[in-house]
Design a protein around this ligand. Structure first.
Ligand code: PLP
Length: 478
């Protein structure tokens, strides 16, 4: 039984952890050997005998938090993980506490309503039509073909899979029953996130059906060459299931030229899917919106709230210009769930991989509703502006080379004197040192250090500290 004392223990430990991390004290990350950590946490003993309460809980949490990645630390510039908004954390708590799996309306009416509204808000941000409230739809006389559609999923990879399942149903309606036709292909930039090729494996289309889109040296689609490729593929009798484009590619956060790519997809009547897991959040800002111009002409878009919307994991959206396409993605029969009934709301279950689905929209909504969309827009603008300032700083230092002018808050750079392998070693040194957390990536044929500037507490001076430290760590390596 959880007592008020236990709640106080958790609250107090988390508050001190967050405060200390936010102040920038101590390392961002420590990685003790797993077996030692398991012993220190007394995991096996606790599983067999129980007793995680009171003093034992306090001791456990102290060790647990000391070995946790300190996301609120301003030196955390590693992966694209949100630094959660305090209100979004409370939303997560409300969701976990009420535990209303809401893919069926009756199992979580409030959570389902929040998700329905959030999806409509996102549709409008893209420039697509929201859906009427399901209990009023008939009265309002809105035609389904006029409405967008979408659903929240447990992560961008599932959102990607859902979008491509809908594209498969569109190109090959028999695939659900019979399996995918061998003539299907998907055209995608070579550095598209791996969840695209993984989805093709899962959907039975096969990774061999992935045709690399012609791209410039930075991985951006070359529209004229794309046109030629689509013509050639059609000439070979291939059915083009989709073209995918990036709104913030994983490596460097670059955006494709959507108006030009959309022109070509329209000319060939091919489904355009946009991966905006990272970069769709720029839709909130009128200043940044030009990066996404043309995205409203896509057929589907994914957008992670747990990346740039300050929402704790997981919460991603898959959105469709024409909501009817989502009906084709999954054509499941399950008599205990899918049957005619009178209800006041909407069942998302026909549109999701998940059966039991958390009220993902609640944590997203709490952060959004605390800040308002203008507040979140300012956060995204701030992160993107920091990306540009960091790029300037790097370009001004002779020992560094910038990979490309960033369009978002991801910056790739390298020390001119080091080769690819030395950069991997340097990253290991940074992790062992613990004061900063960064990643590396392959980009334009070389290995780069990579910063994802997600934390509102991170300032230029923090990155400057890293730029001063790296040559020192590199020297110690030789
Ligand atoms: C561009 C892009 N798409 C998709 C994904 C997958 O999203 P998730 O990690 O939410 O599954 C990522 C993850 O970083 C990504 O960067």
């Amino acid at each position: 039984m959880t007592t008020r004392d236990d709640m106080d223990i958790v609250r107090s430990r988390l508050a001190s952890w967050e405060e200390a991390a936010r102040s920038g004290e101590g390392p961002v990350l420590v990685q003790p050997p797993m077996s030692r950590l398991a012993e220190d946490l007394d995991i096996c003993e606790l599983i067999s005998a129980g007793g995680l309460a009171g003093k034992r809980l306090d001791v456990f949490l102290e060790t647990y938090l000391a070995a946790s990645h300190r996301i609120p630390h301003p030196h955390g510039m590693g992966h694209q993980v949100a630094c959660p908004h305090p209100s979004a954390i409370l939303g997560g708590y409300v969701d976990v506490f009420t535990n209303n799996p809401m893919a069926i309306y009756e199992m979580g009416p409030a959570a389902a309503t929040v998700e329905y509204a959030i999806i409509n808000w996102m549709l409008e941000k893209v420039g697509w039509n929201p859906r009427p409230w399901p209990d009023r739809a008939a009265g309002e006389g809105v035609q389904r073909e006029e409405c967008g559609g979408g659903v929240l999923t447990h992560g961008g990879s599932l959102a990607q899979l859902t979008a491509l399942a809908a594209a498969r149903a569109h190109a090959d309606p028999e695939a659900w029953e019979r399996g995918a036709s061998p003539d299907l292909v998907v055209v995608s930039p070579p550095d598209a996130h791996y969840s695209v090729s993984r989805a093709l494996g899962i959907l039975g289309i096969g990774q061999k059906a992935l045709v690399p889109a012609p791209c410039d040296e930075c991985g951006r689609i070359l529209p004229r060459e794309l046109d030629r490729l689509l013509k050639d593929l059609k000439g070979q009798g291939r059915r083009i299931m989709a073209v995918t484009a990036n709104a913030g590619c994983t490596a460097a956060g670059l955006y494709d030229d959507f108006p030009a790519v959309a022109d070509i997809c329209e000319r060939h009547q091919v489904w355009l899917h946009v991966d905006g897991a990272h970069g769709a959040s720029a839709l909130l800002s009128s200043r940044l919106r030009p990066l996404l111009d043309g995205v409203e002409r896509a057929d589907s878009l994914i957008w992670d709230a747990h990346k740039m919307m300050r929402t704790p994991g997981l919460c991603a959206a898959v959105l469709f210009r024409d909501g009817r396409h989502l009906d084709g993605a999954f054509q499941q029969q399950a008599s205990y769930l899918f049957h005619e009934k009178e209800q006041a709301g909407f069942d998302a279950i026909a549109h999701t991989v998940e059966c039991t689905k958390a009220g993902l929209g609640v944590k997203f909504f709490f952060g959004l509703a605390a800040e308002g969309e203008g507040g979140l827009a300012r956060y995204v603008e701030g992160c993107y502006a920091l990306g540009a300032e960091v790029a300037q700083l790097i370009a001004a230092r002779p020992e560094y080379e910038l990979a490309v002018e960033p369009q978002a808050n991801i910056v790739c750079f390298r020390l001119k004197e080091l080769d690819d392998e030395a950069h991997l070693n340097l990253r290991n040194r940074v992790l062992a040192d613990g004061r900063y957390y960064i990643t590396t990536t392959a980009f334009a044929g070389r290995r780069w250090l990579r910063l994802a500037l997600m934390n509102p507490e991170t300032e230029l001076r923090h990155v400057e500290g890293l730029l001063n430290l790296l040559p020192e760590l590199a020297k110690n390596d030789t």
